[in-house]
Structure formats: C-alpha cells, structure tokens
Design a protein around this ligand. Structure first.
Ligand code: GLA
Length: 351
C-alpha cells in the first residue's frame, strides 16, 4: 500500500487593505467556501506527476524545475525551493482538485501553494508550521514565478477561516480573527470575466510595487507604513508617486476603521469604506478597469447594497459587495444581466 496525504486550502476575498501588504501595512481578508485540495503519494524515481481533476497533466523531474507560465509553476516552485529536503525522498504523484476559478482575484494560486505545501509537510514530515508555509508560498511567487506579491494571500489561505476576517499586520505577521456579522449581511462576489496574471510585465502589479519602492527611496523611509497623510502633504513627490502613496496610506487607515466597524457591526460604515477604497484604487492606484467600475457602480446603485469594491490585485478579477441579509440573490440577478448587456464580458457570481 502506498499511503497518501491530503490537504485543503480555501480561496480568499479581501475585504479591505489592497496593495498594502508589500508596503508593510494592514489587510483584512476572509476565506471563501471554494478551495483547492491536493493529494500526494510517493513514487519510485524522481519524477513529479501532476494531474488535475479537469484532466490537465504535467510531469517534471525533481531538480529540473523550469518555469512554464502555467499553474504547474506553483508546484515546481515549491519543490525547487525545498530542494534536497524533498528531492531525496523520491518521486511524487500529485492529484489536484480545485473549485476555485483561476485569475478571478480569489487567490487560486496561493490556495494551490498552501495546500501543496501543507500536504508535502505532512507527507515528508518537514516540520513547517503555518507561518513558514505562508512565507515559502510567497517566495514561490517572488523567486520562481516572478510575481512580486506580498504575503496576504498565503496568510489568508493558510490561517484564515470562512465566516471571519483575518486582520493582519503584514510587517509583524500578528493577526486577529474577527467574526463577520453574517446574521446581518451577505457578501456577494462577482467575477468580471476578465482574468489577470500578476507576473505579466504589462499587468502593472510589479510596476505598482516598483513605484512604491521609488517613493520610499525619495522620501528616505523604509516602507510606506511609516507615513501619515499629513506628512505626505508636505513632501515633494512626482504626481504619480504621490497618488500611489496616498492610496496606500489612506487604505491602511481604512483597514483600521473597518475593524472598528466590523466589531461594532456598523455595516453602513463598512460599506462606505468599501466605496472609498474602490475610488482610491481607481483614481490613485489606477488598478481598476472600466468594466470593474461598471460592476461596482451597478452594485452601489442598488438599494440593498452598503458598498462594493474591486478585490485583489486588480487589472481584472472580481468585485465584492456588502449587501443586506438575504439580498445578495436579488442584487446579483439584477446587476449581472445589465453588466453583460453593457460589456462584452460574461460575469459569474462566485459567492
Ligand atoms: C494580490 C497579491 C497580494 C496583494 C493583492 C493586492 O492578491 O497576491 O499580495 O498585494 O494582490 O492587495
């Protein structure tokens, strides 16, 4: 008998705190029901054979990992970074089952990294805890895939839970779990039909990160967490960089306000913060698209919606809306047909 090991990681939707994680700031994601599950078993030799439940297959030899631009790179990145720790244990058969859509801004890649690393840790008794797995997941993205992402998604998929927000300080990695008042509200997620890839040079994600780094250099600070809005006004920065910094600094404030709103079950305030966050991402950080703005505006115009915003890295992906209890069906059924009739896209309700 060849014993197998299974691990599962859920996707996430970020409620607030976008593009703050690689600036040492605060984020507020929650897990969603969709997940990725990985089952591993050992095989003789040094080949890793990967098969997804959609029938996609890929094989490579341990030690010969090479970037392909496909989802398999998240698996290859893991065995590449773990190196001899894994290679000397022999080949692997990896079965993947995922209910998460790719490129929808819901952390399908982090869920794959996290579930694979969790399964591998147990299978080979590597002794990695949840924080070490999250850090390794981020390194797969940064060092192997070439996406200079922060650590939010890996922390959310590894340490979050459905029904509660993870209030995370991305500098210290301290976190607090805050229950969502689901007796009073629904979360609604709609994908725009436009998929994104964070590692693509023209995608803009890495460029935004470079702009933040450039702003720090000019301001003579370590990270944007160290700034407040009043000092920003006094500093000399080119207009584009000033806008990027204004987003990050104001978004950090919104996350902290959102935590207060959540604890007080003040959903009107939380919705207002969603709206402000979206405007900041659209006008200052410039990571939205006209289609996404339309989805957000259609949701916002609905009487049962407290607020809506682009969630995740942007340049496509999904929106998240905060609706009154049991109203998300009605909002989705009214918003989606209008969106589809006004764009060339097919939207999908994901929560
Ligand atoms: C992606 C990245 C995260 C984070 C968000 C934007 O999801 O993986 O690290 O930067 O974009 O908030």
């Amino acid at each position: 008998m060849n014993p197998s090991t299974t691990a599962r990681a859920h996707g996430r939707v970020n409620l607030l705190g976008e593009h703050t994680d690689y600036n040492g700031g605060w984020v507020l994601p929650t897990q969603i029901p969709q997940y990725t599950e990985v089952t591993l078993s050992s095989t003789p030799g040094r080949t890793v054979e990967v098969e997804s439940s959609q029938g996609r297959r890929f094989a490579y030899d341990l030690g010969d990992e090479a970037i392909t631009g496909e989802w398999i790179d998240y698996i290859q990145g893991a065995t590449h970074l773990l190196g001899p720790q894994v290679a000397h244990r022999g080949g692997l058969r990896v079965q993947i089952h995922s209910t998460l859509p790719e490129g929808a801004g819901l952390s399908s890649s982090a869920a794959l990294e996290t579930s694979f690393l969790q399964a591998l840790t147990r299978h080979h008794e590597l002794g990695l805890d949840a924080l070490a797995i999250a850090r390794l997941g981020q390194r797969i993205e940064n060092e192997f895939v070439g996406a200079r992402v922060g650590i939010m998604d890996q922390m959310a998929t590894g340490l979050g839970a459905v029904g509660e927000a993870l209030f995370l300080d991305t500098l210290t990695l301290d976190f607090e779990r805050i229950p969502l008042p689901l007796e009073m509200m629904d979360l609604l997620i709609i994908s725009s039909g436009i998929t994104h890839r964070l590692s693509e040079n023209d995608g803009g994600y890495n460029q935004r990160r470079e702009e933040c780094e450039e702003a720090c250099r000019r301001l003579g600070i370590q990270c944007l967490r160290d700034l407040d809005l009043s000092t920003l006004k006094l500093r000399d920065l080119p207009e584009t960089l000033r806008k990027r910094v204004r987003h990050v600094v104001s978004e950090n404030l919104r996350v902290k306000e959102a935590v207060v709103a959540l604890k007080a079950k003040d959903l009107k305030l939380l919705g207002q913060l969603f709206v402000e966050s979206h405007l900041s991402m659209k006008l200052d950080y410039e990571v939205s698209l006209p289609e996404i703005d339309l989805l957000v505006d259609l949701c916002r115009a609905h009487e049962s919606v407290w607020g809506a915003r682009l969630t995740g890295g942007g340049f496509g992906g999904s929106i998240v809306a905060l609706t009154q209890k049991n109203q998300s069906d009605r909002v989705a059924s009214e918003v989606i047909p209008t969106y589809e009739s006004e764009t060339a896209e097919t939207a999908e309700r994901l929560l």
